[in-house]
Design a protein around this ligand. Structure first.
Ligand SMILES: *Cc1c(COP(=O)(O)O)cnc(C)c1O
Length: 456
């Protein structure tokens, strides 16, 4: 090893890139290969059975959802997204299909109702609360037809309860729209960086929007405090909720079927590399939990964060250098937490997600905002798909693994390099469907300007 390649030197380089808001890759030395085990986080044990229970709950509500949301009639109330081949995008990403594997996207940017990955977790938590209320008031029987909730009488009963959430935008959209459609009072506490069109959309659906001057963390804290004072109020806690996380994890069951349908094997000879945009960490952690439980050690999950908001990465570093109890923020690293990827503008990671990911996650990387916009345009031009900036975060993953010293070292250590030509790269595109056209055209303009300016 030359001095520049010692672990100490690599750590120092990573720290300096993080501080300077340059794209960086961290890989997890604590990852373990075993799978299928129940895992403990924050004193609660969860297993694949919990993921299956979440999927079953979503299925119980499908009939009702198809009635309440016209856009779900065609899918009979199932909220799922396609797995799309993305070979046309590989040249732009520098990913050679013959020697470096094939690219797919998991198109959560098309998820109906909420327009983002938040549909999975957010809907699940609202439905779990609705189920508890409905059973308590005998609006439905266990195992009965939940379409019974689609009556003025049932709605009036649920209307005595409130559902509240703190959000940078997309979680609020998901929770607010579903809660109010079922008849709940719904309140969304929004951070200053939340987009106006998201607030407008919620208000149009009868959701109360409370605006906060501070960041995401402040909006969550304000919502949590207000809800704690009201016993009729259920607060969806993005930083601590198992219901959210398990709702997200149900995606793994569906993806497993999609992989089988498309003849994509996942084994030692055919690793699956998954790149997931990360905010507080709940959505990507839930999905990683589900995938590792179901598909085993040959699925490798990487989280993607903006260079100014790498909260999960700094949490993972703190776990190994400062020990348990550390909960650093990106501000501690001299970063601004300012990014156009509003769904990812989170200063401090969920400790639940971090604890759960310690033995499961393969790594975390960061990406500059300009790159998000350029890749959003490349996705439009090659695949015709409309994604929002947050949803582009995963696309830097393959090149970071194949084209950097840190990435190549990981490929070698993990043994993936020997079978890379048979690998599947899966970029999770997490949002976009509901972005108004004027906003989207602005994203495209910025992306085209970045591309025209050439490499920085
Ligand atoms: C919220 C969000 C994420 C990440 O989810 P977290 O649970 O916050 O980590 C990714 N992409 C989009 C578009 C989001 O809205």
């Amino acid at each position: 090893m030359t001095p520049a390649e010692t672990p100490e030197a690599a750590d120092a380089l990573l720290a300096s890139r993080l501080r300077n808001a340059q794209p960086a890759l961290w890989t997890n030395p604590a990852r373990q290969a075993q799978h299928g085990l129940a895992l403990q986080a924050r004193g609660t044990t969860i297993s694949l059975d919990d993921t299956k229970a979440a999927a079953a709950r979503l299925a119980r509500f499908a009939g009702l959802l198809a009635e309440v949301f016209p856009e779900l009639a065609a899918s009979e109330g199932v909220v799922e997204s396609p797995l799309l081949p993305a070979a046309a995008l590989q040249p732009a990403l520098g990913l050679d299909p013959t020697s470096q594997g094939r690219l797919f996207i998991k198109a959560d940017h098309r998820l109906p109702v909420a327009g983002s990955i938040k549909a999975r977790g957010g809907m699940h938590e609202v439905l779990e609360f609705a189920e508890q209320c409905a059973l308590r008031h005998r609006l439905v029987q266990p195992g009965g037809d939940y379409r019974a909730l689609n009556t003025p009488e049932a709605r009036a009963v649920l209307g005595r309860y409130q559902v509240a959430v703190g959000s940078t935008g997309n979680l609020g959209l998901s929770i607010g729209v579903v809660a109010s459609a079922l008849g709940f009072q719904a309140t969304v506490h929004m951070s200053a960086d939340a987009k106006e069109w998201k607030k407008d959309r919620l208000r149009q659906r009868g959701v109360q929007v409370v605006e906060h001057a501070g960041d995401y963390e402040r909006a969550v804290a304000a919502g949590r405090a207000e809800a704690a004072a009201d016993p009729q109020c259920h607060f969806v806690d993005d930083e601590q909720s198992f219901s959210l996380l398990l709702g997200y994890s149900a995606a793994a069951l569906h993806l497993q079927r999609q992989l089988q349908e498309q003849g994509i094997a996942v084994d030692a000879e055919h690793p699956l590399l998954v790149y997931l945009p990360c905010g507080v960490g709940g959505a990507p952690a839930g999905i990683t939990f589900g995938l590792r439980q179901l598909l085993g050690p040959h699925v490798h999950c990487f989280f993607a964060e903006p260079v100014q908001s790498p909260c999960f990465l700094v949490q993972m570093l703190a776990d190994s250098t400062q020990g348990p109890g550390a909960h650093p923020s990106v501000y501690d690293w001299g970063l601004t937490n300012r990014t156009e990827a509003d769904g990812l503008a989170v200063p401090r990671a969920s400790l639940l997600a971090a604890e759960l990911m310690r033995p499961l996650l393969s790594g975390v990387f960061t990406v500059a905002d300009d790159t998000l916009f350029a890749q959003l345009v490349q996705v439009l031009d090659t695949l015709g798909e409309r994604i929002e900036p947050s949803a582009a975060a995963g696309f830097s993953g393959p090149a970071l693994l194949t084209g950097t010293t840190a990435g190549q070292a990981w490929l070698h250590r993990s043994g993936v390099d020997a079978v890379l030509h048979q690998a599947t790269h899966l970029v999770w595109t997490t949002g976009g469907l509901l972005v108004p056209d004027a906003q989207y055209q602005g994203f495209v303009q910025r992306g085209r300007a970045v591309i025209a300016a050439g490499p920085a």
